[in-house]
Design a binder for this molecule. Structure first.
Ligand code: HEM
Length: 514
């Protein structure tokens, strides 16, 4: 056969394959009845394309606006944006397993609690640590004092940097170090964590610097690992950055060294650290946990806690910088609270400060920090929101879409803390059922109480000493602060420069009597 004929036959063959695929997807597939862009019914690569270009999450939100609460985002993958389906997918009694997407989070070849898939396996893993994360454990002064110390340390550092009364700073970096110090203290105890904020040139800072880049490239890694490897090799070779995308590996080594050191001297381990809890825990066979299990759990907690808390703080400050009136209201509320001996507001009062709470809650509604792929697998064919899904369909709720339901959150794009202050009864209940920044149900974020305590202390500390303002000369604008449409929710500009002005009277709170 001539070359031309071979070419023609190849084209005919490939075209009929594509045509067959299109006919099957649109007319025969068990997913044909589900609303969504046609291209998503035919191929998964359209969603993957958006994933790699860091706009998957916002694209899915856009599709929900166009097609409704149930959208087919790829063959076999369905996204929801309503409260009832969310309850059915994630609720404690439903027990849907996680999807294979979570294999991407294995560390040292082990599964942490976060990436266990099956319900039984998850419950087994949860037994070891759940008590450690409970509010009753986390809100003890032994656990909170290190957080308060880190707030004080950050405030001292900011005071030095605003010696002339004001300075424009990249708040994202400040929040990153605060968040890292907090989580490492919780995980390793006081001796093995590092004081990164004080040491400008320390190793941990360089890891954190490279980490943001790693997060941006993770979508390529999860979807096309070989392409990721090649890109990494090419960039490292051609640029003068041999460490390009190496931060994750460095963090894993750094974590393992800490676990090694601690297990060599168990008597020195801080009893209020996760490391201690894990080192005394047992496997289902009654054996001590292997070192790599312990290390995997700790590493995963850093991943879960680091950028989420840092970004939560950054977005709260950004939103408040745009709304000076809400800053004043928070200050007024804080001024009525007694101070502890360390000069910060008492947590027992911060915990129930409604204005502070509303401002933080509204910020996480607009900017969910973990808005990515909380995928679960449907075990048997059944209907969700009136639409039958075959067994093995991968389902998830779009956090961005459910947080922006206009009938629940009128004017959904606007930052309006008052909606949380004014809502009562059924209205509030509906709002809460559509608010899932920490996930929902059986796999709700274990670190939620710890994260919230850190966020409240930090925001209260900053607002009592500084006025946070937009600096029109900085490059930070609403456009650069729009979230990248990925699961890690970084702002597009990858920085958040805000003007901090020291308040004339640092604090007018009442000193605690004792
Ligand atoms: C603002 C900060 C945080 C946000 C927005 C956040 C969000 C989330 C979300 C949405 C999930 C559920 C994922 C899923 O359903 O697939 C989750 C799980 C988890 N988070 Fe967080 N998180 C935050 C902070 C933290 C902190 C500080 C810690 C550790 C102290 C932590 C530890 C965990 C763990 C261990 C899980 C797995 C829970 C399980 O599967 O049972 N998170 N987080």
């Amino acid at each position: 056969m001539s070359l031309a004929a071979t070419l023609v036959w190849t084209i005919v063959f490939l075209s009929s394959l594509v045509l067959g695929r299109v006919i099957y997807a649109l007319h025969l597939s068990p997913y044909r009845h589900i609303p969504g862009p046609r291209v998503c019914k035919i191929t998964q690569y359209w969603t993957l394309w958006h994933d790699i270009w860091l706009r998957r999450v916002e694209k899915i939100h856009e599709w929900h606006r166009r097609y409704g609460d149930v959208v087919l985002i790829a063959p076999g993958k369905v996204s929801f944006s309503d409260a009832v389906s969310t309850r059915e997918i994630y609720g404690t009694s439903c027990g849907l397993p996680k999807s294979r997407y979570f294999d991407n989070f294995l560390a040292y070849c082990n599964r942490s609690v976060f990436c266990t898939l099956g319900v039984k396996e998850h419950q087994e893993a949860l037994k070891r640590t759940i008590a450690f994360y409970r509010p009753t454990s986390v809100f003890k002064s032994a656990m909170l004092q290190p957080v308060r110390d880190n707030v004080k340390k950050t405030l001292n550092q900011l005071a030095r940097r605003t010696e002339n009364g004001h300075a424009t700073l990249d708040i994202l970096i400040v929040c990153n170090f605060f968040s890292f110090d907090n989580i490492t203290r919780l995980l390793y105890g006081p001796d093995l964590c590092t004081r990164t904020i004080e040491h400008e040139s320390c190793f941990e800072r360089t890891i954190l610097g490279g980490w943001m880049t790693v997060e941006l490239w993770n979508n390529l890694l999860y979807n096309f690992p070989v392409a990721h490897k090649v890109t990494k090799a090419i960039f490292s070779y051609c640029s003068d950055k041999p460490d390009f995308l190496a931060a994750d590996d460095k963090l894993a080594d750094w974590n393992m060294r800490r676990v090694d050191a601690a297990l060599r001297k168990p008597a020195d381990m801080a009893v209020d650290s996760l490391l201690h809890v894990l080192s005394t825990a047992k496997t289902p066979d009654g054996e001590p946990l292997p070192k790599s299990w312990i290390a995997a759990e700790l590493l995963d907690n850093i991943h879960a806690a680091q950028s989420t808390v840092a970004l939560a703080l950054t977005y709260v400050l950004w939103n408040l910088a745009n709304c000076p009136e809400w800053q004043s209201r928070i200050r007024e509320e804080l001024s009525a609270m007694p101070l502890e001996k360390d000069g910060l507001s008492a947590f027992s009062f911060l915990q129930f400060a409604p204005i502070l709470d509303a401002c933080i809650t509204e910020s996480s509604r607009l900017h969910p920090l973990s808005s990515g792929r909380a995928e679960r697998v449907v075990p048997v064919t059944r209907a969700y929101n009136g639409i039958v899904l075959p067994a093995n369909t991968v389902v998830s709720t779009s956090t961005l879409a459910i947080h922006h339901r206009p009938e629940v959150f009128p004017d959904p794009q606007a930052y309006k803390p008052e909606r949380w202050l004014h809502a009562k009864g059924e209205v509030l209940r509906v709002m809460q059922s559509c608010y899932i920044p920490f996930g929902y149900g059986a796999r709700l974020c274990l670190g939620k109480p710890f994260a919230q305590a850190g966020i409240k202390h930090f925001i209260a500390g900053i607002l009592m000493q500084f006025e946070v303002c937009i600096d029109p000369r900085s490059g930070t604008t609403s456009r650069t602060m729009a979230q990248l449409g990925t699961q890690n929710a970084l702002p597009r500009g990858r920085r958040c420069e805000l003007l901090l002005k020291r308040l004339p009277v640092a604090c007018t709170c009442k000193q605690k009597a004792s």
